[in-house]
Design a protein around this ligand. Sequence first.
Ligand SMILES: *Cc1c(COP(=O)(O)O)cnc(C)c1O
Length: 424
Amino acid sequence: MVKGGTSILSENIWKDALKYFAGGVNSPVRAAVKPSPFYSLSGKGAYIYTEDNKRYIDYVLGYGPLILGHENEYVKNKVIEQIEKGWIFGTPSKSEVELAKKITSHMNSVEKIRFVNSGTEATMNAIRLARGFTKREKILKFNGNYHGAHDYALIDAGSAATEFGVPDSEGIPKEVLNTVVICEYNDLNCVEKKLKTEEIAGVIVEPVMGNMGVVPPNENFLKGLRELTRTYNSLLIFDEVITGFRLSLAGAQGYYGVSADITTLGKIIGGGFPIGAIGGKREIIDMFTPSGKVFNAGTFNANPVSMTAGLATIEVLERENVIEKTVSVAKSIAEELDNIPVPHVINRVQNMFQIFFGVSKVTNATEAKKANKDQYIKFHINMLNNGVFIPPSQYESIFTSLAHYDDYVINETIDAIKKSRSGI
Ligand SMILES: *Cc1c(COP(=O)(O)O)cnc(C)c1O
Protein backbone atom coordinates (compact mmCIF):
# COMPACT_ATOMS: atom_id res chain seq x y z
CA MET A 1 0.00 0.00 0.00
CA VAL A 2 1.50 3.27 -1.16
CA LYS A 3 0.82 6.38 0.91
CA GLY A 4 0.22 9.95 -0.24
CA GLY A 5 0.96 11.84 -3.43
CA THR A 6 -1.06 12.26 -6.60
CA SER A 7 -1.08 9.67 -9.30
CA ILE A 8 -1.67 8.97 -12.92
CA LEU A 9 -4.83 6.86 -12.46
CA SER A 10 -6.77 9.55 -10.63
CA GLU A 11 -5.40 12.11 -13.08
CA ASN A 12 -6.90 10.16 -15.97
CA ILE A 13 -10.33 9.97 -14.35
CA TRP A 14 -10.05 13.69 -13.62
CA LYS A 15 -9.47 14.48 -17.30
CA ASP A 16 -12.79 12.80 -18.12
CA ALA A 17 -14.52 14.46 -15.17
CA LEU A 18 -13.56 17.90 -16.49
CA LYS A 19 -15.50 17.09 -19.66
CA TYR A 20 -18.71 16.27 -17.81
CA PHE A 21 -18.81 18.43 -14.69
CA ALA A 22 -18.40 22.14 -14.02
CA GLY A 23 -14.89 22.44 -12.64
CA GLY A 24 -14.70 18.63 -12.76
CA VAL A 25 -16.82 18.01 -9.66
CA ASN A 26 -20.31 17.90 -8.23
CA SER A 27 -19.57 19.87 -5.06
CA PRO A 28 -16.93 22.59 -5.26
CA VAL A 29 -14.67 21.82 -2.27
CA ARG A 30 -13.70 18.51 -3.91
CA ALA A 31 -11.86 20.43 -6.61
CA ALA A 32 -9.66 22.11 -3.99
CA VAL A 33 -7.36 19.07 -3.85
CA LYS A 34 -4.52 20.02 -6.23
CA PRO A 35 -3.31 19.36 -8.87
CA SER A 36 -6.24 16.97 -9.18
CA PRO A 37 -8.43 15.25 -6.60
CA PHE A 38 -7.74 11.63 -5.73
CA TYR A 39 -10.63 9.28 -6.50
CA SER A 40 -11.77 7.25 -3.51
CA LEU A 41 -12.38 3.57 -3.97
CA SER A 42 -13.20 2.41 -0.46
CA GLY A 43 -13.02 3.35 3.18
CA LYS A 44 -12.36 1.34 6.30
CA GLY A 45 -12.16 2.77 9.80
CA ALA A 46 -9.87 5.81 9.80
CA TYR A 47 -8.62 5.15 6.26
CA ILE A 48 -9.60 6.04 2.69
CA TYR A 49 -8.21 3.87 -0.13
CA THR A 50 -7.94 5.41 -3.58
CA GLU A 51 -8.16 4.28 -7.19
CA ASP A 52 -4.36 4.71 -7.25
CA ASN A 53 -3.99 2.08 -4.53
CA LYS A 54 -2.97 4.70 -1.99
CA ARG A 55 -4.08 5.03 1.59
CA TYR A 56 -4.84 8.14 3.63
CA ILE A 57 -5.81 8.63 7.25
CA ASP A 58 -9.01 10.58 6.79
CA TYR A 59 -9.62 13.72 8.90
CA VAL A 60 -12.24 15.06 6.49
CA LEU A 61 -14.71 12.22 7.11
CA GLY A 62 -17.17 13.19 4.41
CA TYR A 63 -17.07 16.79 5.73
CA GLY A 64 -18.79 15.77 8.93
CA PRO A 65 -21.13 12.77 8.87
CA LEU A 66 -18.72 9.92 9.62
CA ILE A 67 -18.21 10.28 13.38
CA LEU A 68 -17.75 6.49 13.61
CA GLY A 69 -15.27 6.37 10.73
CA HIS A 70 -15.72 4.52 7.45
CA GLU A 71 -17.83 1.41 7.17
CA ASN A 72 -18.68 0.94 10.82
CA GLU A 73 -19.74 -2.72 11.13
CA TYR A 74 -22.84 -2.14 13.24
CA VAL A 75 -24.19 0.59 10.97
CA LYS A 76 -23.30 -1.39 7.86
CA ASN A 77 -25.17 -4.48 9.03
CA LYS A 78 -28.27 -2.48 9.97
CA VAL A 79 -28.26 -0.80 6.55
CA ILE A 80 -27.87 -4.14 4.75
CA GLU A 81 -30.78 -5.57 6.78
CA GLN A 82 -32.90 -2.61 5.71
CA ILE A 83 -31.88 -2.84 2.06
CA GLU A 84 -32.84 -6.49 2.02
CA LYS A 85 -36.36 -5.41 2.99
CA GLY A 86 -36.61 -2.51 0.52
CA TRP A 87 -35.41 1.08 0.38
CA ILE A 88 -38.28 3.38 -0.51
CA PHE A 89 -42.00 2.97 -0.10
CA GLY A 90 -43.65 6.37 -0.38
CA THR A 91 -45.39 5.48 2.87
CA PRO A 92 -44.15 6.06 6.41
CA SER A 93 -41.95 3.36 7.93
CA LYS A 94 -41.25 2.54 11.58
CA SER A 95 -37.61 3.60 11.34
CA GLU A 96 -38.59 7.30 11.07
CA VAL A 97 -40.49 7.13 14.36
CA GLU A 98 -37.58 5.37 16.04
CA LEU A 99 -35.06 7.96 14.86
CA ALA A 100 -37.35 10.82 15.94
CA LYS A 101 -37.76 9.23 19.40
CA LYS A 102 -34.01 8.91 19.69
CA ILE A 103 -33.26 12.48 18.66
CA THR A 104 -35.95 14.03 20.85
CA SER A 105 -34.76 11.96 23.83
CA HIS A 106 -31.40 13.73 23.61
CA MET A 107 -32.34 17.26 22.55
CA ASN A 108 -34.61 19.08 25.01
CA SER A 109 -35.66 21.82 22.63
CA VAL A 110 -36.66 19.34 19.93
CA GLU A 111 -40.17 18.02 20.59
CA LYS A 112 -41.17 17.37 16.99
CA ILE A 113 -39.25 16.86 13.76
CA ARG A 114 -39.56 17.02 9.99
CA PHE A 115 -37.04 14.87 8.12
CA VAL A 116 -35.69 16.11 4.78
CA ASN A 117 -32.72 15.09 2.63
CA SER A 118 -29.90 17.55 3.28
CA GLY A 119 -28.73 20.30 5.56
CA THR A 120 -29.56 22.72 2.76
CA GLU A 121 -33.20 21.66 2.79
CA ALA A 122 -33.23 21.79 6.57
CA THR A 123 -32.17 25.45 6.82
CA MET A 124 -34.30 26.48 3.84
CA ASN A 125 -37.39 25.04 5.53
CA ALA A 126 -36.39 26.31 8.98
CA ILE A 127 -36.25 29.83 7.57
CA ARG A 128 -39.63 29.44 5.85
CA LEU A 129 -41.04 28.10 9.11
CA ALA A 130 -39.71 31.07 11.08
CA ARG A 131 -41.37 33.42 8.60
CA GLY A 132 -44.64 31.51 8.73
CA PHE A 133 -44.62 31.44 12.52
CA THR A 134 -43.73 35.09 13.13
CA LYS A 135 -45.41 36.57 10.03
CA ARG A 136 -42.20 38.55 9.50
CA GLU A 137 -39.94 38.40 6.44
CA LYS A 138 -36.34 39.10 7.39
CA ILE A 139 -33.66 36.69 8.55
CA LEU A 140 -30.46 37.60 10.35
CA LYS A 141 -27.39 35.51 9.54
CA PHE A 142 -23.69 35.85 10.35
CA ASN A 143 -20.79 36.61 8.06
CA GLY A 144 -19.00 33.36 7.24
CA ASN A 145 -21.71 31.05 8.56
CA TYR A 146 -22.67 28.41 6.03
CA HIS A 147 -26.21 27.07 5.98
CA GLY A 148 -26.18 25.14 2.72
CA ALA A 149 -26.65 26.17 -0.87
CA HIS A 150 -30.04 27.86 -1.23
CA ASP A 151 -30.83 31.50 -2.04
CA TYR A 152 -31.29 32.81 1.51
CA ALA A 153 -28.06 31.21 2.76
CA LEU A 154 -25.65 32.26 0.01
CA ILE A 155 -24.95 35.73 1.28
CA ASP A 156 -21.63 36.17 3.09
CA ALA A 157 -21.50 32.38 3.13
CA GLY A 158 -18.49 30.45 4.43
CA SER A 159 -17.12 27.06 3.37
CA ALA A 160 -16.55 26.52 -0.37
CA ALA A 161 -18.43 29.76 -1.14
CA THR A 162 -15.56 31.65 0.49
CA GLU A 163 -12.87 29.25 -0.75
CA PHE A 164 -13.93 29.86 -4.35
CA GLY A 165 -14.41 33.61 -3.90
CA VAL A 166 -18.21 33.69 -4.09
CA PRO A 167 -19.47 34.37 -0.55
CA ASP A 168 -22.28 36.19 -2.40
CA SER A 169 -23.48 33.89 -5.16
CA GLU A 170 -24.67 35.23 -8.48
CA GLY A 171 -28.24 34.42 -9.39
CA ILE A 172 -29.93 35.49 -6.16
CA PRO A 173 -32.85 37.90 -6.68
CA LYS A 174 -32.56 41.39 -5.12
CA GLU A 175 -35.85 40.74 -3.37
CA VAL A 176 -34.22 37.85 -1.53
CA LEU A 177 -31.02 39.78 -0.75
CA ASN A 178 -33.16 42.50 0.83
CA THR A 179 -34.60 40.05 3.34
CA VAL A 180 -31.25 38.88 4.71
CA VAL A 181 -29.53 40.98 7.38
CA ILE A 182 -25.87 40.31 8.20
CA CYS A 183 -23.83 40.73 11.40
CA GLU A 184 -20.29 39.70 12.25
CA TYR A 185 -20.08 36.49 14.32
CA ASN A 186 -19.71 37.15 18.06
CA ASP A 187 -21.02 40.73 17.65
CA LEU A 188 -24.05 41.02 19.94
CA ASN A 189 -24.22 44.81 19.58
CA CYS A 190 -24.90 44.42 15.88
CA VAL A 191 -27.58 41.82 16.57
CA GLU A 192 -29.32 44.04 19.08
CA LYS A 193 -29.27 47.02 16.72
CA LYS A 194 -30.75 44.99 13.84
CA LEU A 195 -33.40 43.35 16.00
CA LYS A 196 -34.43 46.78 17.27
CA THR A 197 -34.69 48.41 13.88
CA GLU A 198 -35.87 45.63 11.55
CA GLU A 199 -38.70 43.11 11.65
CA ILE A 200 -36.66 39.94 11.95
CA ALA A 201 -38.39 36.55 11.83
CA GLY A 202 -35.38 34.58 12.99
CA VAL A 203 -31.68 34.65 13.77
CA ILE A 204 -29.88 31.66 12.25
CA VAL A 205 -26.46 30.77 13.62
CA GLU A 206 -23.87 28.02 13.61
CA PRO A 207 -23.38 27.64 17.39
CA VAL A 208 -19.75 26.81 16.59
CA MET A 209 -18.65 28.08 13.21
CA GLY A 210 -17.38 25.04 11.36
CA ASN A 211 -17.35 26.47 7.88
CA MET A 212 -14.71 29.16 8.25
CA GLY A 213 -12.24 26.82 9.77
CA VAL A 214 -13.43 26.44 13.36
CA VAL A 215 -14.51 29.57 15.22
CA PRO A 216 -15.95 29.14 18.71
CA PRO A 217 -18.65 31.41 20.12
CA ASN A 218 -17.46 33.91 22.71
CA GLU A 219 -18.44 33.27 26.32
CA ASN A 220 -21.79 35.10 26.22
CA PHE A 221 -22.58 35.06 22.52
CA LEU A 222 -25.13 32.22 22.39
CA LYS A 223 -26.79 33.18 25.68
CA GLY A 224 -26.93 36.76 24.40
CA LEU A 225 -28.62 35.63 21.19
CA ARG A 226 -31.14 33.68 23.27
CA GLU A 227 -32.02 36.71 25.37
CA LEU A 228 -32.13 39.19 22.50
CA THR A 229 -34.32 37.03 20.25
CA ARG A 230 -36.72 36.55 23.16
CA THR A 231 -36.86 40.27 23.86
CA TYR A 232 -37.62 41.14 20.24
CA ASN A 233 -40.00 38.20 19.54
CA SER A 234 -37.73 36.71 16.95
CA LEU A 235 -36.96 32.98 16.70
CA LEU A 236 -33.51 31.59 17.45
CA ILE A 237 -32.45 28.99 14.88
CA PHE A 238 -29.41 26.87 15.73
CA ASP A 239 -27.92 25.30 12.64
CA GLU A 240 -26.56 22.14 14.24
CA VAL A 241 -25.93 20.31 10.97
CA ILE A 242 -22.31 19.87 12.08
CA THR A 243 -22.54 20.19 15.87
CA GLY A 244 -25.60 17.98 16.44
CA PHE A 245 -24.47 14.67 18.03
CA ARG A 246 -20.88 15.87 17.64
CA LEU A 247 -20.21 18.29 20.53
CA SER A 248 -22.46 16.23 22.77
CA LEU A 249 -25.46 13.94 22.38
CA ALA A 250 -27.52 17.07 23.00
CA GLY A 251 -25.52 19.00 20.40
CA ALA A 252 -24.17 22.49 20.93
CA GLN A 253 -27.31 23.25 22.92
CA GLY A 254 -26.38 20.66 25.51
CA TYR A 255 -22.71 21.60 25.43
CA TYR A 256 -23.32 25.33 25.99
CA GLY A 257 -26.61 25.08 27.89
CA VAL A 258 -28.60 27.28 25.51
CA SER A 259 -31.89 26.20 23.88
CA ALA A 260 -32.97 27.19 20.41
CA ASP A 261 -36.52 27.59 19.09
CA ILE A 262 -35.73 25.76 15.85
CA THR A 263 -32.83 23.35 15.33
CA THR A 264 -31.54 22.12 12.01
CA LEU A 265 -29.72 18.80 11.89
CA GLY A 266 -28.02 16.76 9.17
CA LYS A 267 -24.70 14.97 8.61
CA ILE A 268 -24.24 12.66 11.66
CA ILE A 269 -27.97 11.89 12.12
CA GLY A 270 -27.96 10.15 8.72
CA GLY A 271 -24.98 7.94 9.57
CA GLY A 272 -23.34 8.81 6.24
CA PHE A 273 -26.52 8.73 4.13
CA PRO A 274 -28.36 11.84 2.85
CA ILE A 275 -30.42 13.54 5.55
CA GLY A 276 -31.58 16.79 7.05
CA ALA A 277 -34.03 17.59 9.82
CA ILE A 278 -35.89 20.56 11.24
CA GLY A 279 -36.75 20.21 14.92
CA GLY A 280 -38.35 22.42 17.52
CA LYS A 281 -41.24 23.09 19.82
CA ARG A 282 -44.47 21.32 18.98
CA GLU A 283 -46.36 24.47 18.07
CA ILE A 284 -43.65 25.57 15.65
CA ILE A 285 -43.10 22.26 13.83
CA ASP A 286 -46.87 21.71 13.61
CA MET A 287 -46.97 24.64 11.20
CA PHE A 288 -45.61 22.31 8.50
CA THR A 289 -48.11 20.75 6.12
CA PRO A 290 -50.31 18.76 6.50
CA SER A 291 -51.11 20.07 10.01
CA GLY A 292 -50.14 23.66 9.18
CA LYS A 293 -49.71 25.97 6.23
CA VAL A 294 -45.94 26.09 5.73
CA PHE A 295 -45.40 23.70 2.85
CA ASN A 296 -42.73 21.04 2.83
CA ALA A 297 -42.65 17.68 1.04
CA GLY A 298 -40.09 15.30 -0.41
CA THR A 299 -39.98 12.04 -2.34
CA PHE A 300 -37.00 10.91 -0.30
CA ASN A 301 -37.95 12.50 3.04
CA ALA A 302 -37.42 10.03 5.91
CA ASN A 303 -36.25 7.30 3.53
CA PRO A 304 -35.71 4.12 5.57
CA VAL A 305 -32.03 3.71 4.67
CA SER A 306 -31.01 7.11 6.05
CA MET A 307 -33.30 6.62 9.08
CA THR A 308 -31.77 3.23 9.85
CA ALA A 309 -28.18 4.39 9.40
CA GLY A 310 -28.82 7.43 11.59
CA LEU A 311 -30.46 5.42 14.34
CA ALA A 312 -27.65 2.84 14.33
CA THR A 313 -25.06 5.61 14.48
CA ILE A 314 -26.68 7.26 17.50
CA GLU A 315 -26.93 3.86 19.22
CA VAL A 316 -23.17 3.44 18.87
CA LEU A 317 -22.63 7.02 20.10
CA GLU A 318 -24.62 6.17 23.24
CA ARG A 319 -23.01 2.81 23.87
CA GLU A 320 -19.33 3.42 23.24
CA ASN A 321 -18.49 6.82 24.71
CA VAL A 322 -17.72 7.92 21.19
CA ILE A 323 -17.68 11.66 21.75
CA GLU A 324 -15.25 11.42 24.67
CA LYS A 325 -12.93 9.24 22.56
CA THR A 326 -13.04 11.50 19.52
CA VAL A 327 -12.29 14.48 21.77
CA SER A 328 -9.26 12.76 23.23
CA VAL A 329 -7.89 12.07 19.72
CA ALA A 330 -8.60 15.65 18.68
CA LYS A 331 -6.65 16.93 21.69
CA SER A 332 -3.59 14.81 20.85
CA ILE A 333 -3.58 15.87 17.21
CA ALA A 334 -4.21 19.55 18.00
CA GLU A 335 -1.35 19.50 20.55
CA GLU A 336 1.05 18.16 17.94
CA LEU A 337 -0.13 20.78 15.43
CA ASP A 338 0.57 23.40 18.06
CA ASN A 339 4.27 22.38 18.01
CA ILE A 340 4.63 23.59 14.43
CA PRO A 341 7.32 26.30 14.66
CA VAL A 342 5.49 28.79 12.42
CA PRO A 343 3.21 31.50 13.91
CA HIS A 344 -0.32 30.15 14.10
CA VAL A 345 -3.42 29.75 16.20
CA ILE A 346 -5.49 26.61 16.68
CA ASN A 347 -9.22 26.78 17.37
CA ARG A 348 -10.70 23.61 18.80
CA VAL A 349 -14.09 22.79 20.25
CA GLN A 350 -14.38 19.14 21.34
CA ASN A 351 -13.67 17.01 18.24
CA MET A 352 -13.58 19.75 15.60
CA PHE A 353 -10.58 22.01 15.05
CA GLN A 354 -8.53 23.95 12.54
CA ILE A 355 -5.12 25.62 12.36
CA PHE A 356 -4.72 29.19 11.04
CA PHE A 357 -1.21 30.33 10.11
CA GLY A 358 0.10 33.87 10.45
CA VAL A 359 -2.56 35.17 12.86
CA SER A 360 -2.85 35.18 16.63
CA LYS A 361 -6.63 34.97 17.01
CA VAL A 362 -9.66 34.09 14.90
CA THR A 363 -13.03 35.07 16.40
CA ASN A 364 -14.99 35.85 13.23
CA ALA A 365 -14.95 35.46 9.45
CA THR A 366 -13.02 38.69 8.83
CA GLU A 367 -10.19 37.45 11.05
CA ALA A 368 -10.33 33.96 9.51
CA LYS A 369 -9.77 35.48 6.07
CA LYS A 370 -6.57 37.15 7.32
CA ALA A 371 -4.95 33.77 7.97
CA ASN A 372 -2.24 32.72 5.54
CA LYS A 373 -4.11 30.34 3.23
CA ASP A 374 -1.01 29.57 1.16
CA GLN A 375 0.74 28.19 4.23
CA TYR A 376 -2.31 26.11 5.08
CA ILE A 377 -2.48 24.66 1.56
CA LYS A 378 1.25 23.84 1.62
CA PHE A 379 0.72 22.06 4.91
CA HIS A 380 -2.30 20.18 3.50
CA ILE A 381 -0.23 19.02 0.50
CA ASN A 382 2.68 17.95 2.72
CA MET A 383 0.26 15.99 4.88
CA LEU A 384 -1.21 14.26 1.81
CA ASN A 385 2.28 13.34 0.72
CA ASN A 386 2.78 11.84 4.16
CA GLY A 387 -0.45 9.83 4.02
CA VAL A 388 -2.90 12.07 5.89
CA PHE A 389 -5.96 13.80 4.41
CA ILE A 390 -6.93 17.04 6.15
CA PRO A 391 -9.37 19.46 4.47
CA PRO A 392 -8.03 20.99 1.23
CA SER A 393 -9.48 24.34 2.31
CA GLN A 394 -8.73 26.68 5.22
CA TYR A 395 -12.48 27.17 5.55
CA GLU A 396 -13.35 23.64 6.60
CA SER A 397 -12.96 21.77 9.87
CA ILE A 398 -10.70 18.88 10.80
CA PHE A 399 -12.81 16.10 12.37
CA THR A 400 -11.93 12.96 14.32
CA SER A 401 -13.90 9.71 14.47
CA LEU A 402 -14.21 6.70 16.75
CA ALA A 403 -11.95 4.80 14.34
CA HIS A 404 -9.16 7.31 15.03
CA TYR A 405 -9.15 6.28 18.70
CA ASP A 406 -6.23 3.97 18.08
CA ASP A 407 -2.58 4.49 19.04
CA TYR A 408 -1.35 3.35 15.67
CA VAL A 409 -3.50 5.87 13.80
CA ILE A 410 -2.61 8.67 16.22
CA ASN A 411 1.13 7.95 16.09
CA GLU A 412 1.09 7.71 12.32
CA THR A 413 -0.64 11.10 12.20
CA ILE A 414 1.83 12.67 14.64
CA ASP A 415 4.72 11.38 12.50
CA ALA A 416 3.11 12.89 9.42
CA ILE A 417 2.74 16.26 11.15
CA LYS A 418 6.42 16.22 12.16
CA LYS A 419 7.44 15.46 8.57
CA SER A 420 5.00 18.01 7.09
CA ARG A 421 5.99 21.08 9.02
CA SER A 422 9.11 21.99 7.08
CA GLY A 423 8.71 24.17 4.01
CA ILE A 424 5.42 25.82 4.97
C1 LIG B 1 -22.95 21.01 5.70
C2 LIG B 1 -23.76 22.10 6.30
C3 LIG B 1 -25.01 22.46 5.79
C4 LIG B 1 -25.53 21.91 4.49
O1 LIG B 1 -25.79 20.55 4.56
P1 LIG B 1 -25.85 19.71 3.17
O2 LIG B 1 -26.30 18.36 3.62
O3 LIG B 1 -24.48 19.76 2.59
O4 LIG B 1 -26.85 20.39 2.31
C5 LIG B 1 -25.77 23.38 6.48
N1 LIG B 1 -25.32 23.94 7.61
C6 LIG B 1 -24.12 23.64 8.13
C7 LIG B 1 -23.69 24.26 9.42
C8 LIG B 1 -23.29 22.72 7.48
O5 LIG B 1 -22.08 22.46 7.96
